[in-house]
Design a protein around this ligand. Structure first.
Ligand SMILES: Nc1ncnc2c1ncn2[C@@H]1O[C@H](COP(=O)(O)OP(=O)(O)OP(=O)(O)O)[C@@H](O)[C@H]1O
Ligand SMILES: [Mg+2]
Length: 350
């Protein structure tokens, strides 16, 4: 756990970049620092590995004051990823990733083996290992940056706007990759971004900072969306707050109708229900289409996908019904408009 206890950073010119900050970044979780340009995110991050020293207050790493740990020792346990990856241009990818292991004096073969393993982990083709950074796309370089930070298996990972220099599609895939990686590695990650959507997607907890380095709110994404602390946070969260909040509401309690599901062999004989379209399923349970209709249908994974996904599926179907499937894609029931309405009403109350 990383604890900020009333931390202030005053630069030599007197400018206060971080003002009396108290937050905790839990072990094995992703804590996101978000806020407008100049609000002190990078300063906050760099005080953890002592690239910048705090002026007042304490930063504790698992209870130990970072000021009492010498910087090289401290940094051995902390991976650091920055925007545009910051790779060494004249070193091959494999050697870029092995940078810290080499510094730690691992033998070359062991360091390279570790690098190759990590390249695979972050979703890069091993063939890329022999290339130089300029021969990779921005998204690939960013993956190398993550692999390099993970090379010595540090328990803590600091990430400063690591995905902000790539296009939105690559960015989405890097975010998903990070979440997948994190589900295996359980690092203590402090992630900086100025993009609130990224913060909400990645953060177990999110600290919203305002200019002047003051904490506006520190909460789980769901809480930020449902209970923004003030107008600043509300405005920062933007317009679709209500819809986005549905991303955090489970579909497990959504009531499903199984009487609206018919198998293809029985379909021709069964009469249409008066209060909803029938979904015809194949022999192995997969959705085929609405009975007697060419209209499209939308599916969501029941209990796994959010209410937002179910609603999206319903909007893709002209009947306003969503097709609920299990993780294998087999139909488990139909969420009717009525059921979705009830879930939305409950969401609005909760
Ligand atoms: N060495 C310094 N001396 C004086 N002021 C500084 C120094 N470094 C940063 N600052 C100021 O501290 C404030 C916070 O800077 P910081 O880099 O932490 O912001 P940030 O939130 O990371 O911004 P961005 O989103 O643009 O990266 C800024 O106003 C910046 O100008
Ligand atoms: Mg910054």
């Amino acid at each position: 756990m990383i604890t900020f206890d009333s931390v202030t950073k005053r630069y030599p010119d007197g400018f206060v970049a971080v003002d009396d900050l108290s937050i905790e970044a839990e072990t094995g979780r992703i804590t996101v620092l978000v806020g407008p340009s100049g609000c002190g995110k990078t300063t906050t991050l760099r005080m953890i590995n002592r690239m910048i020293d705090a002026t007042e207050g304490q930063i504790l790493l698992d209870g130990a004051d970072v000021k009492k740990i010498d910087p090289p020792t401290l940094r051995r346990g902390i991976g650091y990823v920055i925007q545009q990856a910051g790779l060494f241009p004249h070193r091959k990818i494999v050697d870029n990733v092995a940078t810290v292991p080499y510094l730690l004096g691992w033998d070359k073969k062991k360091a390279r083996d570790r690098a190759m393993e990590l390249l695979e982990r972050v979703g890069l083709d091993p063939k890329m290992a022999q290339r130089y950074p300029f021969q990779l796309s921005g998204g690939q370089q960013q993956r190398v940056g993550v692999a390099r930070a993970l090379a010595a298996d540090p328990p803590v990972l600091l990430m400063d706007e690591p995905f902000s220099a790539v296009d939105p599609i690559v960015r989405t895939s890097l975010q998903e990759e990070l979440l997948r990686l994190q589900s295996e590695l359980n690092k203590t990650i402090v992630f900086v971004t100025h993009d609130i959507d990224e913060a909400i997607k990645l953060g177990d907890k999110v600290a919203v900072l305002r200019v002047g380095g003051k904490l506006a709110q520190f909460a789980a994404p769901k809480t930020l969306l449902s209970e923004p602390a003030d107008d600043f946070v509300r405005e920062f969260l933007g317009r679709d707050r209500g819809i986005r909040r549905l991303s955090f509401i489970s579909t497990e309690h959504l009531r499903l109708r199984t009487d609206l599901v018919v198998s293809s062999s029985a379909a021709s004989g069964s009469a249409a229900a008066s209060d909803g379209l029938l979904m015809v399923v194949s022999e192995d349970g997969r959705p085929v289409g609405w009975q007697g209709s060419d209209e499209p249908f939308g599916t969501y994974v029941h209990g796994k996908d959010s209410l937002r996904a179910a609603l999206d599926a319903a909007l893709l179907s002209p009947s306003g019904q969503a097709v609920a499937v299990d993780p294998e894609g087999k139909v488990v029931g139909i969420a009717t408009r009525e059921a979705l309405d009830a879930a939305l009403a409950e969401a609005a109350d909760g």
